[in-house]
Design a protein around this ligand. Sequence first.
Ligand SMILES: [Fe+2]
Ligand SMILES: [Fe+2]
Length: 294
Amino acid sequence: MRIAHVSDVHIHRRKGLNHYNILYTLFNAFNTRIDLNLLDDLISDLKTLKEKGELDHVLITGDITNTYHSEEFKVFIEKFKQLDDSDWYESKFLSVVPGNHDRGHFGNFSKKFLRRIYPDRFKNKDLHPIVKSFGNNIVLILIDSTGEFPLSNLLLGSLGKIDRRQYKRLLETLRRNKDKFKILALHHHPLIIPYYRRAAQLTVLRKARKYLIDFYSLGVDLILHGHRHYPFNWIHEPTPLSSHKMTVICASSVARATQHYTNIFNAYNVYHIEDNKVTIRQRGYIDGQYKWLE
Ligand SMILES: [Fe+2]
Ligand SMILES: [Fe+2]
């Protein structure tokens, strides 16, 4: 199975005087918006890979909008429907999880996100975890890590947390799929990204230690996330004392990667999963087009 992992699209359409536009003007770090021409190039690149039969799934790990504005959701849906215009809840080709930029500042979970992305299904209740099976052996589990007001709302909502009830359902799902290759997709990072700039430890997913222990003991194979805008991966290699292998991968941002120690901009990952083994390749935007990064 081949999965394109796209993250942190940050479509910005909100105009006027607001804290996003003020911070954007004052600080370089808030310059995270995607250029809409580049977004079109990204969509056509993914489309080409799909048509060539080189892609089985596209996963987007949150921050699809920059300011949870309805226009931003509209642009996202319009663009990504070109890849798959079926119901994304059930789609075997496209999956998306919410990020902190998609949640707004109030409420227990991403109502705005759910209402826009699953308009026919959302009845004021969290739909996560969303479970998708591929063949007999692979299961992809979508998690909303933007839950639990108000603590996760600090630092502009950048502290992630999995809502308690959702977490309970997640553990049941993992137990039910014990024998399968289990992929978890969420927005926030459960591990510190060590190369990331100052205060890296501050915005790690809350309760990450507990979550990681649970995920490891329940046999999660692959955790895919975004949020940090920095390409990074960590592999727990099996040892005689801990025989399970677990891989955690942070995709770069397709809008704008963190510049520290990397020159890779607007990149996304493509994973090839076969016989429980994951191979990572990356596609980056160079000289006006997407290319494989070797
Ligand atoms: Fe982001
Ligand atoms: Fe984020």
